[in-house]
Structure formats: structure tokens, C-alpha cells
Design a protein around this ligand. Structure first.
Ligand code: TYD
Length: 141
């Protein structure tokens, strides 16, 4: 079944800090990776996202800085902070927006599908329609 907003959890990665800097290894991915992109140079307060996906799952990693996410499953909305060295898996059928709350934030996004403009759910009505029309879609979150 589709995930609800309550099922979406952030995770913290272990980091190794010494006087040469910080190293953050990530050894397990919740999705097979077909594409990555990253977003940097985001002005504080600028909102990105503003869509959901029909097939593409995304594992978002805040490499540095912090973002506030607002997510919706079409019924309930939830807000959470994605802090530095934390990740979150966004399954299909979840609408999300994200706003940078620290300067210098870099967001790395791992995706299990190529970029497909037709995969986007552009607003909450499209999210609701998609979820209502595909009740048997299974996904891991
Ligand atoms: P956009 O979807 O607006 O980013 P966000 O979800 O963060 O608001 O993407 C900005 C531009 O980048 C848009 O013209 C599409 C392009 N783009 C790609 O070419 N490949 C990609 O993998 C992504 C995510 C976007």
C-alpha cells in the first residue's frame, strides 16, 4: 500500500571526525540507484520540490546544512527537519516541499529511476487522484 506521512522516518549516518575533517560513509541504500542529483547554493527560505512521484523513489541526504520538509499523503501533512548527515526515503505518492534553513546546505538525492517529467505529481489533487486510482501499489518506506 502507499506510505502515509507517519511512516516516513529520517536516519542519521555515522560520521568520523578528526582534525582533517569529517568523513561520512553510507553503505546501504534503500533503493537501487539509477540517478543522482544534488542541490547546492540554495538561498535560505527558498522552497524547492513541490511535487510527488508516480514511480520514482528518492533517498535524500542532507550532506551539510539543514532543510525543513513538509510532506503530505493527500490526507495528512507532516513537517520535519532533515539535519546534516541525515537521510530520508520518500516513497511514491508523497507530495513534498523543502526549504533550506541553514546557509551552505547541500542536498544529495538518489533516485531509482531516470528523470521522467511525466512521473511528476504536480499538486495535491494529482497526488490524491493517483493514490485513489492505484490502491494496490506496494512500496517500501
Ligand atoms: P526541479 O524539478 O524544478 O527541481 P526541484 O524538484 O528541486 O524543485 O528541477 C529543476 C530543473 O532541473 C528542471 O528544469 C528539470 C531539471 N532536472 C533534470 O534535468 N534532471 C533531474 O534529474 C532533475 C531532478 C531535474
Amino acid at each position: 500500500m502507499f506510505a502515509t506521512v507517519d511512516q516516513i522516518k529520517t536516519q542519521k549516518f555515522q560520521s568520523y571526525v578528526d582534525d582533517r575533517g569529517t568523513l561520512v560513509p553510507i553503505e546501504s541504500f534503500p533503493i537501487p540507484v539509477a540517478r543522482i542529483f544534488y542541490i547546492r547554493n540554495i538561498p535560505i527560505g527558498a522552497e524547492r520540490g513541490g511535487h510527488g512521484h508516480k514511480r520514482c523513489r528518492q533517498f535524500l541526504i542532507c550532506q551539510t546544512g539543514a532543510l525543513r520538509f513538509v510532506i503530505s499523503d493527500g490526507v495528512n501533512e507532516r513537517s520535519f527537519e532533515l539535519a546534516q548527515e541525515h537521510g530520508v526515503l520518500l516513497p511514491v505518492g508523497i507530495y513534498s516541499t523543502m526549504t533550506t534553513i541553514e546557509s551552505g546546505t547541500v542536498l544529495l538525492v538518489l533516485c531509482d529511476r531516470p528523470y521522467e517529467a511525466e512521473d511528476y505529481l504536480r499538486n495535491l489533487d494529482e497526488v490524491r487522484l493517483f493514490r485513489d486510482s492505484n490502491p494496490s501499489i506496494a512500496n517500501s518506506c
